[in-house]
Design a protein around this ligand. Structure first.
Ligand SMILES: C[S@@+](CC[C@H](N)C(=O)[O-])C[C@H]1O[C@@H](n2cnc3c(N)ncnc32)[C@H](O)[C@@H]1O
Length: 229
């Protein structure tokens, strides 16, 4: 696990254990397809090309991340995760499919957005089924809450967007509220048809079998309004 400054939101539980095979894959593929563990991540340098960059936060086993990279070869796609078995799975597929437009960031998303991305360098951010922390006493561990939203805004280009899918109504309402009350001029809008993903992830399957509904949230970052006074 990389070292990083202490951040008020700790939205995940460390699950680092790997089998012997995963361990070998991790050590072999990590240097090839992963962003450096420290310092600024400049997408154009990492991918050796200038292109619109999309980030997925908390990709789990990587189903939607891989699908995004395959569907949009013209995009640079970055996945942030702290779950090592998921990272190994993605690295393995990136290697076998020779996906040159997908790289992994092994770090806490809160820290990455706090100080590891150049300002206004990202076009889109997606998060599928972020940990809902359903118990009331754990709500403080949810990632998408007030301190995190300005960090997302700073990293996004004007006109950039954030798409979040959750199966927890309470979390969906909280997310809408925090974007709504954030200082940045976010506009909530329906999910564009081009952004509808039919991919079934582990957590989507779990939600489907439990009969839970999905809440799809989409926010666009508008340019600041200049006041003529
Ligand atoms: C509920 S799982 C969802 C995984 C995947 N998106 C899916 O739909 O199957 C949430 C994932 O977010 C990751 N996660 C939570 N907080 C994170 C953070 N601050 N930085 C990076 N990853 C995080 C967890 O490790 C976990 O794999």
């Amino acid at each position: 696990m990389p070292s990083y400054p202490i951040h008020p939101i700790k939205s995940y539980i460390r699950r680092e254990r790997l089998s012997a095979t995963e361990h070998t894959l991790f050590n072999t593929l990590f240097p090839l397809y992963t962003a450096p563990l420290t310092g600024l991540i400049v997408p154009s340098l990492l991918f050796k090309r200038s292109a619109a960059t999309l980030i997925e936060i908390g990709f789990g086993a990587g189903e939607t991340l891989i699908d995004t990279a395959c569907r949009y070869p013209e995009w640079n796609v970055l996945g942030i995760e702290v779950y090592r078995p998921g990272i190994v799975n993605v690295l393995r597929i990136v290697h076998s499919k020779k996906l040159s437009n997908l790289r992994v960031i092994y770090d806490d998303a809160a820290c990455v957005f706090a100080d590891r991305l150049p300002k206004e360098s990202i076009q889109g951010i997606q998060a599928y089924f972020p940990d809902p922390w359903p118990k009331r006493r754990h709500h403080k561990r949810r990632l998408f809450q007030t301190p995190f939203i300005p960090l997302l805004a700073a990293s996004l280009e004007k006109g950039g967007w954030v798409q979040i899918v959750t199966d927890w109504e309470h979390y969906a309402k909280q997310i809408s509220r925090v974007f709504d009350s954030a200082r940045e001029p976010w506009v909530q809008m329906p999910v564009p048809a081009t952004r509808n993903s039919q991919i079934i992830t582990k957590f989507k399957r779990r939600a489907l079998s439990a009969g839970r509904s999905f809440y799809e949230l989409f926010f666009e970052k508008k340019p600041y309004l200049s006041l003529n006074i």
